[in-house]
Design a protein. Sequence first.
Length: 135
Amino acid sequence: GTYEVGDVINIQLEAYSEYDREIFYKPTVSLPAWLTLTESGLLSGTLASNTGIQNIVIKSYDLFGGSTDKEFQLTIDSPPYWISINNNFGPYMDNDTIAVDIPVADYDNDIVDISVIAGSLPETISIVGTQLVGN
């Protein structure tokens, strides 16, 4: 799955035994320090600041010697951040054309769009990418 830095994950792994035996789990490679796996298959942790793909290989096994390995990928994406914010976008007069850049960036260079989550913009102003535009 794809997650963001700071997300808490709790993923219950499930393997099946043809003979209805109890299944246990263990990593076959070292897990990142922020990630744990219980013998009952609960993969959990709070995603750290490292971004990109984390390859994880888990072995499921029973007490009779049966086992299989499964590779998983966790994609960790850093969220956008404000470079700085200046709440003073003016002064503008009626019918002035405006184009104001909103200073936002992304650690791993994803394309960033902004939106209004509280309140609303005047009808003559809209958001285009990371810019306020209108008149």
